[in-house]
Design a protein around this ligand. Structure first.
Ligand code: ZN
Length: 151
């Protein structure tokens, strides 16, 4: 367990220091704002989806704690090049992972590296940080014009 936690912390720190796809996107086809008032995390997620419903590009901007930024960074890496149906499936699996409803060692999933968030359900206040970018991404795909909050 402590090894798992060490790995988790290392990955979070690394992504926080050098976030992937961390920039605005002028030509986005979908975008949404995510805000987590409990922590102050405030992110924007941008997607470029082509006519075949494939995510050809995805990025994020804004500011937040290490967990929210690392989660956004890993989400963009995971979703780039995926079909929208795969993105929705991953969104569902990631929510289940955060709630402790999906055990990445026992249940089948396509989370890949995202499974390092599996221990986060033990820290309820952090679940919203880790889920923020995903909720914004999901909101963007649903063309939500309003900002997405975790409340
Ligand atoms: Zn946070």
């Amino acid at each position: 367990m402590s090894n798992q936690l060490d790995l988790y912390q290392q990955v979070i720190l690394e992504h926080n220091r050098k976030p992937k796809n961390f920039h605005c996107m002028d030509e986005a086809s979908h975008q949404a704002e995510g805000y987590n008032p409990l922590c102050g995390d405030h992110l924007w997620v941008y997607l470029k989806v082509d006519n075949d419903e494939k995510i050809v590009d995805i990025s994020f901007s804004g500011s937040g704690c290490a967990i929210s930024k690392a989660s956004a960074s890993m989400m963009t890496s995971s979703l780039k090049g995926k079909h929208l149906s795969e993105a929705k499936a991953l969104f569902t699996q990631f929510q289940q992972l955060l709630k402790g409803e999906l055990d990445p060692e026992k249940d089948s999933h396509d989370l890949g590296k995202l499974k390092i968030f599996s221990s986060i359900w033990q820290y309820p206040s952090r679940i919203k940080c880790a889920g923020l970018a995903w909720h914004a991404m999901n909101g963007a795909l649903e063309q939500s014009k309003e900002s997405i909050t975790t409340e």
